[in-house]
Design a protein around this ligand. Structure first.
Ligand SMILES: [Fe+2]
Ligand SMILES: [Fe+2]
Length: 184
């Protein structure tokens, strides 16, 4: 009489489990400032999608089929980056901002386009670096991992752009553009 049977203890443990759930769910929620960084990166990606897309169409219009393919496939890669960012923002229970675009920079010549893209990619790499440092600071290692993947793809874009500009320097613009008429 008076003793608490062991199953009552067990039951108390079971009851306490759902009470702990909200705290557990918080682990999934974004750390301070992470969604803001992700939305800033999303703006950069959305701008890049449009910039490469219009440059691709201009190249097609000029008859540079090979460059058209290059710009167009880069635009698609930026779209995949935007998709990853949107998915991750939603996963963190944030709101992806698709209303914002930076200025879309389009040149009057192919080398101008390449230079403007290079600036945009440098800007993206810098913003990614800052976001990665922030994730490190607030110990959001999952987001940091995603962004580290993304910075690699931007560095490949930088590499492609630099290769085009170097080739123009070496062989001259006329010959370079001649090579852009037919796709590979
Ligand atoms: Fe990107
Ligand atoms: Fe890029």
């Amino acid at each position: 009489m008076g003793g608490v049977p062991p199953w009552v203890q067990r039951r108390r443990v079971i009851i306490s489990a759902p009470l702990n759930l909200p705290e557990g769910r918080n682990l999934l929620k974004a750390k301070d400032g992470v969604v803001d960084h992700l939305n800033n990166l999303l703006t950069i990606e959305l701008t890049a999608i449009n910039q490469y897309f219009v440059q691709a169409e201009m190249c097609k219009n000029w008859g540079f089929e090979r460059l058209y393919k290059g710009f167009r496939s880069t635009s698609m890669e930026e779209m995949e980056d935007a998709q990853h960012l949107i998915r991750h923002i939603l996963f963190l229970e944030g709101v992806p901002n698709l209303q914002r675009l930076n200025q879309i920079m389009v040149g009057e010549t192919v080398p101008e386009d390449l230079e403007l893209d290079l600036q945009a990619e440098m800007n993206a790499v810098n913003a990614l670096g800052e976001a990665i440092a922030h994730c490190e600071q607030v110990q959001d290692y999952a987001t940091r991992g995603i962004l580290q993947e993304m910075i690699r793809s931007e560095e490949e874009h930088v590499d492609w752009l630099e290769t085009q500009l170097e080739t123009i320097n070496i062989i001259g613009l006329e010959l370079y553009l001649n090579q852009q008429i037919h796709e590979d």
